[in-house]
Structures are given as C-alpha cells and as structure tokens.
Design a protein around this ligand. Structure first.
Ligand code: SF4
Ligand code: SF4
Length: 80
C-alpha cells in the first residue's frame, strides 16, 4: 500500500546561509522562519519550523526551498 501523504523535513546549514530568505518566500507551507541568533558570518540564518500548528500542512518534502537556495544550504529529507 502506498501512502498518499509524503511528509518531510529539511536541514539548513546555518553557517552556509546568507540570510537572503528566498526559501522563506518560496515554501508553500510556510515552514521556514528567521533564526534571530546570527551565524559566524553575522547573518541571521533561515531555520526550519520544527513544530507544526494545527491546520498547517507541515513540510511535504517538495524541495522547492533547496532548489531556490543560492548557497545550496538546504537538504530535504522525506519522512519514511
Ligand atoms: S535561500 Fe538559502 S541562503 Fe537564502 S535564507 Fe534560505 S537557506 Fe539561507
Ligand atoms: S521541502 Fe517544500 S514544504 Fe518542505 S520546507 Fe522546503 S519548500 Fe517548504
């Protein structure tokens, strides 16, 4: 039997991130936010929202964030 919903998660390399936030604008499910804690280069990196509120879809592993990231700082994982 195949699962209809594919959930995922992402890992953002915070030291690679330059804080452009294209990924935040791109994510269809609003799963990425700004980490106010700056990285070593002084940028406030993007951060995955670990918690999904009720009514939110969560990460669907669509990879759009990883595709648009100019720093190749995002890896997408599909939940098993
Ligand atoms: S697109 Fe990449 S570099 Fe830009 S904020 Fe997101 S993770 Fe950082
Ligand atoms: S893989 Fe898709 S749903 Fe998940 S964080 Fe990236 S853009 Fe959002």
């Amino acid at each position: 039997m195949t699962k209809k919903t594919k959930k995922g998660k992402i890992a953002i390399n915070r030291e690679r991130c330059k804080g452009c936030y294209i990924c935040i604008d791109t994510c269809p499910n609003d799963m990425i936010e700004v980490d106010e804690n700056p990285n070593k280069k002084g940028y406030s990196p993007a951060k995955f929202k670990e918690n999904v509120s009720e009514g939110e879809k969560g990460c669907i592993a669509c990879k759009q964030c990883a595709t648009v990231c100019p720093e190749v700082a995002i890896e997408v994982y599909r939940a098993k």
